[in-house]
Each structure stands twice: as C-alpha cells, then as structure tokens.
Design a binder for this molecule. Sequence first.
Ligand SMILES: NC(=O)c1ccc[n+]([C@@H]2O[C@H](COP(=O)([O-])OP(=O)(O)OC[C@H]3O[C@@H](n4cnc5c(N)ncnc54)[C@H](OP(=O)(O)O)[C@@H]3O)[C@@H](O)[C@H]2O)c1
Length: 267
Amino acid sequence: MKDTTVKFAVITGASKGIGFSVFRELTKRGWQVAGLSRTQGNLPRENWIQCDVTESESVRNALREALKKSEGRLDALILNAGMGIAGALEFTSEEDYRRQIEVNLTGTAYCAREGAAVMRRNGGGKMIFISSLAAIFPLPFQSFYSAGKAAVNALSDALGIELKPFGIRTCTVMLNDVRTEFTDNRIKNFEGDDIYMGRIEESVAKMEESERKGMHPEKVASAVCSLLRRKHMPSHKIVGAGNQILGILYRVLPADAMLWILGKIYG
Ligand SMILES: NC(=O)c1ccc[n+]([C@@H]2O[C@H](COP(=O)([O-])OP(=O)(O)OC[C@H]3O[C@@H](n4cnc5c(N)ncnc54)[C@H](OP(=O)(O)O)[C@@H]3O)[C@@H](O)[C@H]2O)c1
C-alpha cells in the first residue's frame, strides 16, 4: 500500500543559500519542513525555528519545537549550517578556529545527536550531512575548514554504522563551488601574507572566483531530494559531473600526487 503520510524534514542553516534551496525544493514536493537558523532570512515565519547550532540547549529546544509541528515524525535531517574561515594556520586566531569548528563540526554533532535519538525511537530516518570536496582535497589556507569537513565525513560514516540496525541511514554530500553568500561571509585573514609571499591572498582569491562562478544551489537541492527518494541512500555523494571525476581521481591518485596538484593550483 502506498504511504500517503506527509513526510517531515528538519534543515539546519535554512535561512539562505543551499539550506533554503533544499527547503524550497522539499516544500514543492509536498514535504512539511522546519528550517533552523539564527535569522529567519528567506524562510516563511511558520517554518522558521530560531537556533544557534553551536549551543546544545538551543538545538535541543529547536528539535523539540519542530517535533511538536510534526507530531514526533522526523523522516529527514539535513545538517547543512556552516561557515568558512581562510588564512594561514599559523596566523589564525583561536577565536576564529574555535568558531569554525564549533559551527561546522560541533554544531553538526549536536544536531545529529538529537536527530539520532528521535529517529531511533521512531524506527528509522535519513540524515544528510552537507560536506565539501575540501574534506578529501584539503585546501591550503583553509586548513580548519578542510579539517572540519573531513571530520564531518567521518562523523557521518561512523554514525551510519552505529545507527544501521535502527533503520537510520547517513550520507555525506560533498560539494564544490556553489554560488551563495558563503563566499562573502567567509572570515578572511591575510596576516602573514608578506612572509608567505602573497600566496594566502592569491589562493583565497582563486577559490572565491570559482565559487562565484559555481553551480546554483538548486542543483544541490535536487540532488538532496533524489537521495531522500532512494530506498538505499549511498553513504557518499559528490554533486556535479565534473566533481564526480575529481572523486574518482581521489581514489586512484597517490596522496603525494594529489597534494602536488593541489599545491600547484592553490598553494
Ligand atoms: N557555497 C559553497 O561553495 C559550498 C561548497 C561546499 C560546501 N558548502 C557547505 O554548504 C553549507 C551551506 O553553505 P551555503 O553555501 O548555503 O552558505 P550560506 O549561504 O552562507 O548559508 C549558511 C547557512 O548556515 C546558517 N548558519 C551559520 N551559522 C549558524 C549557526 N551558528 N547556527 C545556525 N545556523 C547557522 C546560516 O543562517 P543564519 O546566519 O541565519 O544563522 C545560513 O542559513 C555549509 O555547510 C558549507 O560549508 C558550501
């Protein structure tokens, strides 16, 4: 018999960019969706729940409020909230790198923890972690961002094994160059660029130029929706044909060859 019940999703970082595109796409497809973010942004008032993912209490309350709307149902959790910092590791302030890790990794873990408990009790669900190709192709002068996303990949994979017996699937979606406000919101620090022979600014400028010409967030949204439709969601997904070729290269190239190429492009 066909399940006609309306499905319910929670998306973190849904006020704009990729999160908002996923919100719009799922809503269009008949899902009921709650968007979590610090600001309402583009979200309709009734779908927005204020939440700072770096505060565990805020995450717990937001999930509780979301589940009231869905009467306890949680079919999908999209862990998308994130930000970026750039600069030489040696000159990165403690405040900046703590922020980077708190939002992209700790915040993601807080949300996954709340979601896991609910989905386990409900007997299943899907978690999609929005990650980056920087997780497997670590970017110079974005070391904390890359390290945080590599950790998100590991978190998604490990959690997927932990939760498999409960019918919960996890997937890490690796993106590259998506046209959003992420680029303008990046916290940049060019301190030490004289010592690093201008390489910091040059590397970040190159990265930002490709981001501004990158894919539309709607493309990511439709990839996320396809994953949610699948009975067996893969553990890893790279969005975009060109990026998928990079994923194959990652598997076949020796690490030093891969790092040499990265150094030539962004070093
Ligand atoms: N754009 C790219 O090229 C690209 C590439 C690879 C991966 N990604 C990943 O994609 C995800 C979404 O990025 P985006 O491009 O859509 O960036 P964006 O347009 O800047 O959106 C970021 C979202 O995260 C939310 N957010 C940030 N800090 C938060 C916090 N402490 N608590 C709750 N929400 C928070 C923001 O909402 P508020 O400010 O209202 O809180 C916003 O909704 C990120 O994880 C990013 O790392 C992006």
